[in-house]
Design a protein around this ligand. Sequence first.
Ligand code: NAP
Length: 283
Amino acid sequence: MTAHVLDGRAVAKQVYAEVGQAVSERVAKGGSRPRLATVLVGDDPASAQYVELKQRNARSVGIDSEDHRLPASTTTEELLGLVQKLNRDERVSAILIQQPTPKQIDMSRIVMEMDPVKDVDGFHPINAGKVALGLSDGVEPCTPAGIVYLLEKFGVPIASANAVIVGRSNLVGKPTALLLLKRNATVTVCHTKTRDLAGHTRTADILVAAAGRANLVTREMVKPGAAVVDVSTNWVDGRQVGDLGPGVEEVAGWLTPNPGGVGPMTRAMLIKNTYEAEVRRHP
Ligand code: NAP
C-alpha cells in the first residue's frame, strides 16, 4: 500500500482562499479589517523568517499586520508593557509572540497578561480551559487545530477511531488529544514514561507523532491503513525530517508529508484564528 497524501500545502491554500473571501466580504459590508500584531524578541534569523512568513500570509488574505521588534535584552516587564499596549489598541485583533523568546522572559506571565480574545495561539489558560471543556468559543491552538482540520478535510474517520498521540506537550500533544476526543475518538497519549510504546501505536487508526525524535516511529509500529500525522520538525544533516522511520508510507493509509503537512496548516490556522478573533470582537 502507498499512503494517500494528507497534503497540508494544498489545504492551507484553500483556507487562505476562504479567509480572504470572508475578509473582503466583511470589509465590503463596512466591517472592520482584521489586524495581526507580531512580536519578535531578539534577532534569531529562523524566528525572523517565521515572522515574515506569517506577515506575508496575513497580507495575502487582506489582513493588516504590524511587526514589533524588541532587542534580545528585553525584560519580562518590558514585554508585558507592549502586550498591555496591544491589548488596549482597538485596531489590533490578534497578538502573536514568536517563540522561543530569550530565556530571561517569563512567558507564563506574558501569556497570562494577554487578552484571551487576542491570544491567536490559544495559549491563555482561558482558551486552554475552553478546549479542555470542549467549548467552541475559545481559541484553539494552531498546530492541533491544523491537524484536525487536515484529517477532516481528507475524510479520515475520527469518531470511534483509536487515536494515539506520541507527545504530551501543552503546545501539541495535549490539545490534539482533546480536539480528537471532542470528535469522539478514543484517545491514548504516550510520552517518555510510556511502557511498550509500539504496543500502543500499533492500535492506532490515527497516529500523531509529536515527539521531536527522528526515526522514533518505525514501520513495524504502524497499523496497516492508519492515518499518520508527522508533526515534528527535526533537523538531520541540514534536512527537515519528522519522527517517522523509512517505509511508514508503505504501511500507512494516509500520511502527512514532512515538510508540507502540519507546518503549512499551522500557519493557515493562525490566519484563520486572526480573522475569527476580529469577528468575535466585532460580530
Ligand atoms: P516537546 O515539548 O519537546 O514535547 C515532546 C513530547 O514528546 C514530550 O511529551 C515527550 O515526553 C515526548 N517524547 C519525546 N521522546 C519520546 C520518546 N522516545 N517516546 C515517547 N514520547 C517521547 O515538543 P512539542 O513542542 O510538543 O513539539 C513536538 C515536535 O513538533 C517538535 O519537533 C516541534 O518542533 C514540532 N512542532 C511542529 C509544528 C509544526 O507546525 N509543524 C508546530 C509545533 C511543534 P515527556 O513529556 O515524557 O518528556
